[in-house]
Write a protein that binds this ligand. Structure first.
Ligand code: FES
Length: 87
């Protein structure tokens, strides 16, 4: 696959993102849910900014307008087992 990747965790390409926008998924939240971008182990640290940039370019919106539309959740962090023991 020689195509540029937007989300490495979910293996989503730039053309898949552009196609989804044409199909009507024109908010970050809709793109996330449709393509699973940002739902991999890294929780979108690198791909969500890229996705926002592509969406802004394709829709003519500003990056600020696009970013308002997304809910970002903090990444899961492993908790040491000792924290759960009593005493
Ligand atoms: S690169 Fe997209 S969730 Fe990790």
């Amino acid at each position: 696959m020689d195509e540029p990747i937007v989300c490495r965790c979910e293996e989503v390409t730039v053309s898949e993102v552009k196609r989804a926008i044409v199909e009507g998924y024109d908010t970050l939240e809709e793109l996330k849910r449709h393509l699973r971008v940002g739902m991999g182990p890294c929780q979108g640290r690198t791909c969500l900014p890229l996705l926002a940039w592509i969406l802004a370019q394709e829709t003519g919106k500003s990056l600020k307008e696009v970013m308002v539309e997304v809910s970002v959740r903090p990444p899961l962090i492993p908790v040491p087992f000792e924290l759960w023991r009593e005493g």
